[in-house]
Write a protein that binds this ligand. Structure first.
Ligand code: ADP
Ligand code: MG
Length: 493
């Protein structure tokens, strides 16, 4: 039985192979779908214009505010940009009361957010705040001391750098009267109700924040081309020629600066190839999707990101468990698995288990055994069982990393960046790219197999982790926005 276990694991692993020829087909198709997304609404790749028209080079200076509403917590921070690629960040994190998330009005929620900004200013920037109040008492006119970048991680239709209409709430939020309204205007109005010296200067997507933060902190003055996230989900934002964004012609009531001739595009690449014309599929991918709450959607993301890799592995392990007795007691083994093991629960397996298993270099499978015990309550697995697990993990993780090369190669080719610059800088963020062993090595392996990139192209690509995208990145977008003459300010509305 034991040798057949390894054989079967090897057979399954083979189905996760993603060879060079498929990578190349994927890249060609990505370029095709991305052109389609730039030309019209409703394509699989959304290619959303962000109205951010410049990336920083590290010399930017000033004090900016950033807030982040996207889940359980509301973050408020101030960022002091020193102008030499470094910064200081001060932040506070506040739990959002349940009743404000679902039963109140939008006014209640945004007033709560404005109060947190006020409290933050009083604690961390009280001298500015007091001076503002004094000027106000003396009636010396009103001014906005702080420009603020607003990271808002819900679906919005953006129609300017600091305006966007809420399409729907997700992640447990439900305040119907906010839907269809400009979330920046809602926040600004609450800020004005409290007389805070703050202007909502920019609406920010987290991938754009990643791109901006990396562009500011990366060595040298070259701008960053691409910001990419490989965390719970996967997505990227990149610098596009304005003239390529042909669908902007149909958005005639939008305001943006055209002087740079560029605009950052939020690709929403999690939904690349939802029609599965080129993406690889195993039986586990197909069943994972069918049993998910959004079948047919985010198909690229479902093969790449942290939310899904654990579940793919769980389904493959369960298959070996049912068919060949993986983790089941036999005459020769002492292995045990309780009935409440997360192996039996959908979404039960965290992707950090894959990293732990992949990182194991011991002959005795020390880390694999620890991971199986911690995550699945599996005791005393045999070396053969550990080996089978390792084979599957490696196959799933490697395919995810190689797939991640597809949008990257496509954007490198489409933008022509490899022909022009010496170094092409890419900022990445997220636990999968940060912690999965050799993720970048496998990604680069696939990148080199694309003829238009090759060894030479790969050498030009510099990949760096970009931290604090929603703080530093949002501050930088507020900075860019505050310099933008076409900005919709509270007074010009
Ligand atoms: P977010 O995407 O919410 O900003 P992260 O970047 O931390 O947060 O990504 C969280 C995702 O990464 C989860 O799906 C989690 O399962 C996965 N994850 C957490 N730790 C690791 C790890 N060590 N290796 C690989 N994946 C991990
Ligand atoms: Mg993140």
């Amino acid at each position: 039985m034991s040798s057949s276990l390894v054989e079967e694991a090897t057979r399954i692993a083979l189905q996760f192979d993603y060879p060079a020829e498929q990578v190349q087909r994927g890249v060609a198709e990505y370029i095709r779908q991305s052109d389609e997304g730039l030309a019209k609404e409703g394509a699989t790749l959304s290619q959303i214009p962000t109205f951010v028209t410049a990336v920083p080079n590290g010399t930017e200076k000033g004090l900016y505010l950033a807030v982040d509403l996207g889940g359980t917590n509301f973050r408020v921070c101030s960022v002091q940009l020193h102008g030499d690629t470094t910064f200081n960040l001060t932040q506070s994190k506040i739990m959002i009361p349940r009743e404000l998330m679902a039963s109140g009005t939008s006014k209640d929620l945004f007033l709560f957010l404005a109060r947190q900004i006020e409290a933050f200013l009083r604690i961390h920037h009280n001298e500015h705040f007091e001076a503002h109040l004094r000027r106000k008492r003396e009636d010396r006119g009103e001014e906005y001391l702080f420009d603020l970048g607003f990271t808002f991680s819900f679906p919005v239709r953006q129609d300017g750098i600091n305006s966007g209409t809420l399409i729907r709430w997700t992640k447990g939020f439900n305040i119907p009267d906010a839907v269809g309204h400009d979330v920046c205007a809602l926040l600004q109005s609450a800020i004005d109700d409290l007389d805070l010296p703050v202007r909502v200067a920019a609406l920010v997507n987290d991938t754009v924040g990643t791109l901006m933060a990396r562009s500011y902190t990366s060595p040298g003055e070259t701008g960053t081309l691409l910001g990419a996230i490989f965390g719970t989900g996967t997505n990227g934002a990149y610098v596009e020629k304005l003239s390529n964004v042909s669908k902007l012609e149909n958005m005639n009531d939008s305001h943006y600066d055209t002087s740079t001739g560029e605009m950052i595009i939020n690709a929403e690449w999690g939904s690349f190839d939802n029609q599965l014309s080129v993406l690889p599929s195993t039986i586990y991918d197909i069943e994972l999707d069918a049993d998910s709450n959004n079948p047919g959607i985010q198909m690229f993301e479902k093969r790449v990101s942290g939310m899904f890799l654990g579940e793919i592995l769980r389904r493959a392990l369960l298959d070996l468990h049912t068919k060949l007795g993986l983790f089941k007691l036999s005459k020769t083994s002492k292995v045990s698995i309780p009935t409440d093991s997360l192996l039996y629960r959908q979404w039960g397996l965290d992707t950090s288990l894959l990293s732990q298993v992949e990182a194991d270099t011991t002959k005795q499978f020390v880390d694999v055994k620890a991971a199986l015990k911690d995550h699945l309550k599996v005791e005393n697995p045999s070396d053969t069982e550990c080996k089978a697990v390792k084979i599957l993990v490696h196959a799933i993780g490697k395919r995810a990393a190689r797939l991640s090369a597809v949008p990257l190669a496509a954007i490198l080719i489409h933008t022509g960046k490899l022909d022009t610059d010496d170094v092409v800088d890419v900022g990445v963020d997220g636990s999968v790219v940060e912690f999965y062993p050799d993720f970048e090595t496998h990604l680069r392996g696939a990148l080199r197999e694309v003829p238009q990139v090759g060894e030479a192209g790969d050498k030009k690509v510099r990949i760096g982790i970009s931290k604090d995208g929603s703080g530093v990145g949002a501050a930088l977008i507020a900075l860019v926005a505050s310099k933008d003459q076409t900005l919709v300010t509270p007074n010009s509305k």
